[in-house]
Design a protein around this ligand. Structure first.
Ligand SMILES: *Cc1c(COP(=O)(O)O)cnc(C)c1O
Length: 378
């Protein structure tokens, strides 16, 4: 068989190549401002675990036949999130990303209400639309306000028009582009008023870990509001070297999804079969080491986001910073700046999401480059 498989690189040059790649990635990491990823972390104590195939195959609450897994840690991570959101009888798992959490929650909602209609705002992340397509759900897209927050009157109108069917509603706790927060209390009041059965899913990819630690922010609570599920990304606020996420729901909702699978000695409750046990350790370690400091980390991100907004205002970039968000939207700068700082652009707007790694010094460097780019533009 040797010779059939093309060599990617000789052993010595493979190491050289990786060294070069590492330098490139290091440089890009120093200039990342467009995506909501905390790149500031240290997982060195977990390096020894790279030697093991940690696979949390199937359900997190049933230890199957395969013994090399981190379910014990996974259940602690889930319990921490459940506690954060005041969810008493919880079920969930550590997903491969926020998208998987949305897919899982909407699959569950669809299972609960097979004839239901999925409602989501125009500013919703594309993974919700993906779920609608995959599960062939009826959908209604509701207009948003200019801030990116759902237009509640339009939502009520759409729900009233469809009120003979159950509703599956996605609530954005921080939209992707503008960081706008849909109000759980206002949406559940509408559902109450119209007396419709509903599954309310919260997309908390980023905001799921910002809001609980922000002064005056709307609470994410399963106890005081009728929300049914929430998805959060792990590599965004927490920051992990591999993408991951968490999805949580009320345990009674899940019972109907369970199917026993003899081969793995477990039940088939998760979307993915093999699941990343190492990602669980990253989350568990970050929560154990930094959990107490999360409010402080969020406060610093908020302060820095305000600083960036004020500076951009002075420079004439028409910035927008929504309440309970660290996403600063502004006029799209010169192409060179967008490229260097890896800014996500949509039409004439761009944004910077201020995370823990974007401290004052980095922001000043970014602002300097903006100023210089204007000089050369003219
Ligand atoms: C990032 C994001 C997602 C998707 O999360 P991934 O972890 O990238 O799959 C979903 N919704 C919102 C609002 C997001 O910002």
């Amino acid at each position: 068989m040797i010779g059939v498989v093309r060599n990617l690189a000789r052993a010595d040059s493979a190491l050289e190549r990786l060294e070069g790649f590492r330098a490139l990635i290091e440089e890009r990491t120093a200039h990342q401002a467009g995506y909501p990823y905390n790149l500031d972390y240290d997982y060195a104590p977990l390096l020894p675990f790279l030697r093991y195939t940690l696979n949390n195959l199937g359900d997190p609450y049933i230890d199957g036949h395969y013994g090399i897994h981190t379910r014990e840690f996974e259940r602690e991570v889930l319990a921490w999130f459940a506690d954060l959101y005041q969810l008493e009888d919880h079920w969930g798992y550590v997903t491969s990303c926020g998208t998987e959490g949305n897919l899982y929650a909407l699959a569950l909602a669809h299972e609960r209400f097979p004839d239901g209609i999925l409602y989501y705002s125009a500013d919703t992340h594309y993974s919700v639309r993906k779920a609608a397509r995959l599960f062939r759900m009826r959908e209604r897209i509701v207009p948003s306000q200019p801030s990116g927050e759902v237009d509640y009157e339009q939502l009520e109108r759409a729900l009233r028009a469809g009120r003979r069917r159950a509703a599956v509603i996605t609530v954005n706790l921080g939209t992707t582009l503008t960081g706008a927060v849909d109000r759980i209390d206002r949406i559940s009041a509408i559902v109450d008023r119209l007396r419709i059965s509903a599954h309310i899913h919260c997309d908390g990819a980023l905001g799921g870990l910002l809001l609980p630690f922000m002064d005056g922010a709307p609470r994410i609570t399963f106890k005081e509001t009728p929300i049914d599920s929430i998805a959060v990304s792990g590599h965004k606020f927490v920051g992990t070297p591999v993408p991951c996420g968490v999805v949580l729901t009320r345990r009674p909702h899940v019972r109907q999804m369970e199917t026993a699978i003899e081969y793995i000695g477990s039940t088939d409750t998760t979307i993915m079969g093999s699941r990343n046990g190492l990602a669980v350790l990253f989350l568990w370690y970050a929560i154990s080491e930094r959990g107490q400091a999360f409010p402080q980390e969020v406060a610093e991100c908020v302060q820095n986001a305000r600083y960036l907004r004020d500076q951009l205002e002075q420079l004439g970039y028409h910035p927008l910073l929504n309440d309970f968000s660290t996403t600063v939207v502004f006029d799209r700068p010169a192409a060179q700046v967008c490229q260097t700082w890896q800014l996500a652009c949509q039409g004439e707007r761009a944004h910077v999401v201020v995370m823990q790694n974007l401290d004052r010094e980095r922001l000043d460097r970014f602002l300097d480059e903006l100023r210089r780019s204007r000089v050369t533009d003219w």
